[in-house]
Design a protein around this ligand. Structure first.
Ligand SMILES: Cc1cc2nc3c(=O)[nH]c(=O)nc-3n(C[C@H](O)[C@H](O)[C@H](O)COP(=O)(O)OP(=O)(O)OC[C@H]3O[C@@H](n4cnc5c(N)ncnc54)[C@H](O)[C@@H]3O)c2cc1C
Length: 439
């Protein structure tokens, strides 16, 4: 009987396990997870911080559903791959044998690089334990400093505001998420944050985090000193400067890596029988021909399914689709699809990719961009060679499914390009009219 071993019980690992079970009712499927909670929604952690979701609703599968899958769950940390013996070694010395192995270890927050970063009260947001720690600290903290960019930094900012904490948000340059958003989109988000009571400090960086002893003699966060010497009292510091694929397990192996683990279109690594999927995998994007990282839940699920099918002996090609994230930024629903960012404009607040982000969003050169901007509802279309390659839809989302379809089907929108480029164009009307009249 085939032995399938999966390291990581996140979106990719769990989807792979479900898929293997569909194809192989009798196979042994072992999932190794260092987290005690099993399979839960990581994007849902943001809503736990804002009290919009109780912890119990983070779990997409019931205990009965999990039992029915007949998975062997091992709680522990995998520390070493013995590729010769086809075994994985756990921290406690146990050795688990496999016929097919999936590495679905996800990505981890880049550690805060400032002096004082190891003080209790300095947090990042990777998992449920981190979210619970943030909530615990927020109960006692009056003031917090948040640094970083992208979706996670904003989720922490909004979570802390929802817990009644006063928030100082430091931006290293002069606007939010400059690698993906236009200046107008950044300003809209910043105005809303300010309205929510968040104090934004532009061109401000942490020099060091300072601690002091509490009445029990324990050292805790007391203030941050900025690089230009200002002191700001706070009891918490949250850092979201990007994530990196977790490559520890493959470090001294022949498995090829770049920023993530490189895989072929069957999600197999350079070592036969060893697969990788999810945040840890770096997959070729057909649009650019480059191997790129996505840190997106639906992508991890799709890759997990494809890897699982291949492990089960059902040859399945994974085609990277157009990355999509429907998220919330400062209370506004925002859909990001495809190539919407700027490659030549590095984001000062992120040292790597953010969660809920895709390298595809960094954009492709020589594109035509058209906008339809109102106070809150905005559409931005990115066009290359008469085809839509990306879009940002802020606020009203009724156009989102249509735009997603036009991008996925690579529809030739040449006939409406002149209309789309005219000043003050109602983009939504032009696109709907185009589709309703048979393109
Ligand atoms: C706060 C937050 C907000 C997010 N928001 C969005 C969003 O808006 N939209 C979106 O699409 N995506 C979002 N994401 C990203 C999304 O959750 C990830 O892309 C997805 O979870 C990746 O799945 P994965 O299976 O690759 O990795 P993970 O879900 O990270 O699972 C990996 C698991 O492997 C375990 N592991 C790692 N190494 C080992 C080891 N050596 N031994 C044992 N276990 C190990 C880890 O502890 C973890 O449990 C968000 C993530 C977070 C944390």
């Amino acid at each position: 009987m085939a032995r399938h071993l999966i390291i990581g019980m996140g979106a990719a690992g769990f989807s792979a396990a479900e898929t293997i079970r569909q194809h192989c009712p009798d196979a042994t499927i072992t999932l190794v997870t260092e987290e005690p909670y099993g399979y839960y929604s990581r994007p849902g952690l943001a809503y736990l911080l804002t009290n919009e979701l109780p912890q119990s609703q983070l779990f997409p599968r019931s205990e009965q559903e999990l039992d029915r899958l007949g998975l062997e769950r091992v709680t522990g940390r995998a520390v070493c791959l013995d590729l010769q013996a086809r075994q994985v070694v756990l921290e406690d010395g146990r050795r688990l044998s496999y016929d097919a192995l999936l590495l679905a270890t996800g990505a981890a927050a880049v550690p805060p690089p400032f002096p004082g970063a190891n003080l209790p009260g300095v947090v990042t947001l990777d998992n449920l334990d981190d979210a619970r720690r943030i909530l615990r600290l927020a109960r006692k903290a009056k003031t917090a400093v948040v640094v970083g960019g992208g979706i996670t930094a904003l989720e922490i900012v909004e979570g802390l505001r929802a817990q009644g904490v006063r928030v100082h948000y430091f931006l290293r340059r002069d606007r939010f998420w400059s690698s993906v958003l236009t200046p107008e989109e950044s300003r809209l988000i910043e105005r809303r944050l300010t309205h929510e009571g968040v104090q934004i400090h532009y061109r401000t960086e942490i020099g060091q985090i300072l601690g002091k002893k509490d009445w029990r003699g324990r050292v805790k966060v007391a203030a941050v000193e900025t690089k230009d010497g200002k002191l700001l009292r706070c009891q918490m510091v949250a850092v979201a400067i990007g994530v990196r694929p977790r490559l520890e397990l493959v470090a001294d192996t022949p498995i090829q890596t770049d920023r993530g683990i490189l895989v072929n279109e069957r999600l197999e690594t350079s070592v036969p029988g060893v697969y990788a999927a999810g945040d840890v995998a770096q997959v070729v994007d057909p649009l650019t021909g480059q191997a790129q990282l996505d840190v997106l839940w639906p992508v991890a699920v799709a890759q997990g399914r494809a890897a699982g099918a291949n492990m089960a002996g059902v040859p399945t090609v994974y085609r990277k689709g157009v990355p999509l994230n429907v998220t919330r930024l400062a209370g506004l629903v925002v859909t990001l699809i495809g190539a919407v960012g700027r490659r030549r404009e590095p984001d000062g607040d992120l040292v790597t990719i953010a969660r809920g982000d895709s390298e595809v969003w960094r954009g492709i050169p020589d594109v035509l961009v058209v906008h339809d901007e109102h106070e809150i509802n905005r559409q931005r279309l990115v066009i290359k060679d008469n085809r839509l390659v990306g879009a940002v839809i802020v606020g009203d989302q009724t156009l989102s499914p249509l735009v997603q379809r036009l991008i996925a089907e690579q529809v030739d929108i040449g006939p409406i390009l002149p209309a789309l480029q005219s000043p003050h164009v109602p983009i939504a009307e032009v696109l709907r009219h185009f589709v309703q009249n048979g393109r």
